[in-house]
Design a protein around this ligand. Sequence first.
Ligand SMILES: C[S@@+](CC[C@H](N)C(=O)[O-])C[C@H]1O[C@@H](n2cnc3c(N)ncnc32)[C@H](O)[C@@H]1O
Length: 337
Amino acid sequence: MKIFVPPIKSQGIKTKLVEWISSNVKEIQFERWVEPFMGTGVVAFNVRPKKALLCDSNPHLINFYKAIQNKEITSGIVRNFLNEEGSKLLETEGKHYYTVRERFNEFGNPLDFLFLSRSCFNGMMRFNRKGGFNVPFCKKPNRFAQALVTKITNQIENISQIIAQGDYEFKHQDFNQTLLELKSSDFVYSDPPYIGRHVDYFDSWTEDEEFMLNNGLEVSNCKFILSTWLSNKYRTNDYVFSIWKDCYIATKEHFYHVGGKETNRNAVYEAILSNIELKDSITNDEMKSRIENDDSQLTSKAKVYEIPQQLTLMLEEPPLKSLNKSLKKKADLLTNA
Ligand SMILES: C[S@@+](CC[C@H](N)C(=O)[O-])C[C@H]1O[C@@H](n2cnc3c(N)ncnc32)[C@H](O)[C@@H]1O
C-alpha cells in the first residue's frame, strides 16, 4: 500500500499504523467516515472514504485543511512561500523562525503553521496555556533546501487531490459535539490523546473524557474503532479492561526510537478496540487471559523482515554515529517498518 504522508507533522501521527488500520476496516460498510480527533488526517487520507467528517479541537489543523480544500493553499503557493521564507531563514541564520512563530501566534496564517511544523524541533506540535505555538527551532537554517521544499510541495499536491476527490467536511469542534452529530450509518475512527501523556492547550485528556467518549460512541449505535495502547515494558493500559471491556481488540508491536541506538528502542503494543469483530481481533476477555498467563499479546502476525546480515551486525555496533548517513537511514527504515 502506498502511504500518503500529510504535510503537517505531529507527535501523535499514525503514519506507521495506517496500513494495519486500513486492512482492518477494508471490509466494513458505512456511509460516512467520522474522525472526532483527526490530527494530521493521515488515517482518513489513506483510507480515502468517499464521504468524511473530520474534526479536531485544534483550530490550526482544521484551518489548514480547509485552506487546501478551498484552494487558498495550493502546491504552487506553498513552493513560493517556502522558498521565500526559507531564504530569509538562511540569511538570518535561523532567527527568522521566531519572527514567523510570533506572526503565527498573532494572525494564525495556515502557511506559517506549515512553515513552523516543518522547521520546529523534531516536528513537534505543542501550544502553551494561551494557545501559542511554543516549539523551538530545529536549528537548521538551511532547513528549506530544494529537496525538502519539493517533498512538501508533493505532499500538498497529493493531499489536495485526495480532498478534492472526496466529499469531506472539516470542523473545528470538541469531540462531544462530533458525537452529537453522528448517524448510525457512520463509521467512527477515534484517536484521542492518550490519558496522561500530553499536556497541551489543544491536546490533553482525562479519565472523565474517556468515559464520555465511550458513552457517546455507545449511544450513537455506530460501528467504531478506537486507537490506544495496550502495554509497554512497564505497564498495561487498564482502561482497555475497564471502560472498553466489551470491545474486541487487535494489537500490533510498534517501536519508538529514542536516539539511534538499537538498545533505545522501546516496544509498545498498539491496540485498536472495536465494537465489531475485526480481521485481526480477539475478544477483550481472551486478551485479559493472555496477559494473566503471560502469553503473547500480539493478535496480528509479526512481520518477518529480511534484514541483511551485514546491516544487523552494524546496528549492534555502539558508535552508530560513525555509520554513513544513508546506511543508517536504511537500517532505521528496516527496523521501523
Ligand atoms: C492522537 S492525536 C490524533 C492523531 C491523528 N490520528 C493522526 O494520525 O495525526 C489526538 C488529536 O485530538 C485532538 N483533541 C484533543 N482533545 C480534543 C477534544 N476535546 N476534542 C476534539 N479533539 C481533541 C488533538 O488536537 C489531536 O490532534
